[in-house]
Write a protein that binds this ligand. Structure first.
Ligand code: NAG
Ligand code: NAG
Length: 503
């Protein structure tokens, strides 16, 4: 097949040679010249881009033979082939022998048609015998005539067209071709435009006569590779900015395995609490036990659970060390908060007010659905200072949520094992037009803070929310599995814009 540059030359040549400087129809031109029409049109479009040619679209409908139609044109219709295979005379042939000769599908179609028009009939013992000694395969004749006429629409009568279409032997095709004329920049020979200006051209002066390719300012640059932040990380970065601007320090949460002691006991969560069951928490098999926790502190925590103190009567049960030493995948980042508060109480120079935050992964044995996974990210903030009140908590939370674009916040009393009082946080969702739960909060209980050794007047206010929910809202993702895990679409991660919260 001719190269497209050759075809371009053919077109230019034809426009020069013809008396009226035009190619009337590229389809006919391609057939008469033995060219591929699609390739010819490709060459034409390239010439047109340089204004060397101009063209007008022409459309025409015609008949095209299907693969089956072509076969019939070559070998005859199924009924004709079946008729031909039946020997003359009264003995005929059995259907099984016919099938062995022609194949069952062909016999199935052909036999029915033959019976209908009387070409064949049933002989003795069910054999097939010829009903006529001379038949004419008009179907083949029509298809051959159509081929010879180049598929011209008028070469088939409406009745024949209907019949051949029904038998899936022809289809009507819309053909697009062009009338070609000379363009403004027409020349018999096509000079390829130069893309690069070289030193040699400057030295020789050749650049003065060279025709250069024009700049295409609309072309896209090559995509740059590189990494992309996951939407969760984009939202995390923004939350982190907000919290640091509010004077919060990030806690070192870079560990997933914790002892039950820091995850539960230090938070005054009783050992019989259902959350400490394997149905809710993933326990670690190996190593199953934590190495150590501060011995003195452990004693005080045990005392608080068993007998109470600081005005509390405790839970009054037998506290077990083995239970506290069980390793687990942390169920909340509060396991780190408890260690940070313990350090704060026991640091040199005594307690100093602090604001801490963390955004990291936690694990729960949840049944998974469109909004729940077994692992997710918790955003947690806490303030430890003297004489803090519920008002401080409400104010801090309102300020934080305002900074991430949730300006309407409401609180509802709730129960958490390690905070008292506790409040669920509701935000008004402008898209959903309703109030939805966006987090949880409270003041840590004295049963948690006193054993750590924090002074009497120190209160700790805290709140938490998941990172996934605001991310899904922000990036309009309705199924959490599209956000996180092996079903997440990397293309979506690449295309996700940076996260900005409108204030
Ligand atoms: C998670 O909980 C289910 C029951 O809710 C339990 O069958 C399964 O063993 C638990 N998985 C682990 C790893 O503890
Ligand atoms: C905390 O409150 C107590 C009692 O009202 C008061 O004596 C103390 O000075 C307060 N401390 C601070 C740091 O304001």
């Amino acid at each position: 097949m001719a190269q497209s540059s050759d075809l371009a030359a053919v077109v230019l040549q034809a426009l020069s040679a013809s008396t009226d400087s035009c190619i009337e129809d590229t389809w006919e031109f391609a057939i008469s010249g033995g060219h591929d029409h699609a390739a010819l049109v490709g060459a034409l479009m390239s010439l047109q881009a340089d204004a060397m040619t101009a063209s007008e679209v022409r459309q025409a409908s015609f008949w095209e033979l299907t693969a089956e139609g072509k076969e019939v044109a070559a070998y005859g219709s199924p009924e004709y082939q079946v008729w031909k295979a039946v020997p003359a005379g009264d003995a005929g042939i059995s259907k099984a022998d016919l099938e062995a000769q022609l194949g069952a599908p062909l016999v199935k179609i052909g036999m029915g048609a033959c019976m209908k028009v009387g070409w064949l009939k049933k002989g003795p013992q069910g054999a097939l015998v010829k009903g006529s000694d001379d038949v004419r395969d008009t179907t083949q004749d029509k298809l051959r005539a159509l081929e010879a006429a180049g598929g011209a629409l008028e070469s088939l009568s409406a009745e024949d067209a209907k019949e051949l279409k029904r038998r899936k032997m022809v289809t009507q095709i819309m053909r697009k071709s062009f009338k070609v004329t000379r363009g403004a920049q027409y020349a018999l020979e096509r000079k390829k435009k130069t893309a690069d200006l070289t030193r040699e051209m400057l030295e020789s002066g050749e650049w003065k006569t060279t025709s250069f390719k024009e700049y295409n300012f609309n072309t896209l640059g090559a995509p740059t590779g590189g990494g992309y932040l996951h939407p969760l990380l984009k939202v995390r970065a923004e939350f982190r900015n907000v919290l640091m601007q509010m004077g919060f320090e990030e806690m070192p949460t870079n560990r997933w395995v914790e002892s039950s002691f820091w995850n539960f006991d230090a938070l005054f969560q009783p050992q019989s609490h259902p959350a400490r069951d394997a149905h809710d928490t993933f326990f670690v098999k190996d190593p199953a036990q934590a190495v150590s926790v501060p011995a003195d502190y452990l004693k005080v925590v045990q005392e608080m659970h068993e007998n109470g103190g600081s005005g509390s009567i405790g839970y009054r049960y037998k506290w077990k060390r083995e239970e506290a030493m069980k390793n687990l995948l942390r169920t909340h980042t509060t396991a780190i908060s408890s260690q940070m508060l313990y350090k704060l109480a026991n640091q040199e120079g005594g307690f100093q007010p602090k604001r801490y935050f963390s955004i990291d992964r936690v694990f729960r044995n949840e049944s998974m659905d469109a909004t729940h996974l077994c692992e997710f990210h918790q955003v947690e903030g806490l303030v430890a200072d003297r004489n803090l009140s519920l008002g401080d908590l409400i104010g801090t939370i309102k300020f934080f949520f305002e900074r991430i674009g949730i300006t309407q916040v409401r609180f509802k009393p709730a129960y958490n094992p390690y905070t008292e009082p506790s409040m669920e946080i509701f935000g008004y969702h402008p898209d959903l037009k309703r109030w939805t739960e966006i987090g949880n909060s409270g003041m840590f209980r004295p049963e948690m803070l006193r054993p750590m050794g924090l002074p009497e007047d120190v209160r700790v206010i805290a709140w938490g929310l998941s990172l996934e929910r605001p991310t899904m809202i922000k990036y309009r993702i309705s199924n959490i599995r599209e956000l996180f895990g092996h079903k997440a679409d990397l293309g979506r991660t690449k295309r996700a814009p940076i996260c900005r919260f409108d204030i």
